[in-house]
Design a binder for this molecule. Sequence first.
Ligand code: ZN
Length: 345
Amino acid sequence: MSLMTTLLPTTLAGSLPKPSWLAEPEALWAAWKPDGNALDEAKRDAVRLALRMQENAGIDIVTDGEQTRRHFVTTFIEGLDGVDFEHRRTVHIRNRYDADVPVVTGPVARRHPVFAGDAAFLRAETTHRIKYTLPGPMTMVDTLYDAHYKSREKLALAFAAILNEEAKEIAAAGIDVIQFDEPAFNVYFDEVRDWGIAALERAAQGLGCKTAVHICYGYGIKANIDWKKTLGAEWRQYEQTFPLLAHSSIDQVSLECAHSHVPIDLIGLLPGKEVMVGAIDVATSEVETPEDVAAVIRSALRFVPAERLLPCTNCGMVPLARPIAQAKLEALARGTALVRREIAS
Ligand code: ZN
C-alpha cells in the first residue's frame, strides 16, 4: 500500500504530551498517576485523545502519541527477560549526560508481545494511516548498562532479533509504518558504520509495511541544548550516516530541519528514500506559523521530490504543553497545505 496517496503526507516523529490525569505534564519519563485497571483504561483514553488531536489538526499519518509508555526505550525493555530494573548503574548516555539505567544481567529474550495489543487498539480507533514507533537497537544498547554480553554489537544484534519479532506482530495488526528511533546514530559514527546499520536492517527485516528510522538531536532538554552549542555553525552529522542509509533496506528517514543547523542539502544524500522533513521545532514553545513550515518544506523540495517528502516534527513532543503541541500540529498541516496549493497551481 502506498503512503503517498496524498501529496506531502504529514506525520509526526512519535510522542505527544500526556493528559494531566495520566502523568505529570511537561515532564519526560513522568510516573503514571492511576494504577491497575484504571491505568489501562486511562492509557486507552489518552490514545483516543491523541488521535483526535492529530486528526483535528489535519495530520495524515498518525501515531498513538506514545501514550502507553513512560520512556521510548525502557518501556519496551521492561517487557523482556535478561534486564534488571532494580539495581541500576550510572552510564554516560549518548556521550552527553549521566543517567541511572537498568542492567543487562543475562541473555535478553522476549517471551510475549509487548506492544502488539496497543497496536491493534490503535488500528481499531482510527481510519487514518498509522505509524508505530520502536526504539532502535543501538539506542537500546546505549540506554542500558551491559554486564553480560560485554559487546555493544552483540547486544544490539540480540535486540535486533527481538525487535524484528515484535515489529512483525505490530505490522500484522495493520500498521502502515514502523519507525525505529535511533538518536544514537547522531553520536557513534564508527559503530553506525560497523554494525549499527546492519542491526537496524535486521530489526526491520521482512516486515510487510513501510520501515523508517528517526535520527534527531534530541528533546529540548538542557543536556541536549548544551550539546548542540558544541556542534558548531553547521551540523554535518547526517553526512556520515545518510550515504549508509541510502544503501540500506530502510524506506524512510526522519530528520531534524526546523531551526537546526543541519545544511538542508544533506537530504540530497538520500536518493530513492522517502524523507520525513522536521518542520516543527520541539525544543521551543513558540508556535511556528504556517509560512515558517512552508519555508522549510520549500527548501527541502530543492533536494527531494515532492513524491518522496513527508512534512514532520523534528522529534517527539512529549515535554511540551498540550495546547502548544496542538497548535504546532495545526501549523504543520496548514503550512503543508500552502505548499500543496503551490505545487498544484
Ligand atoms: Zn527524536
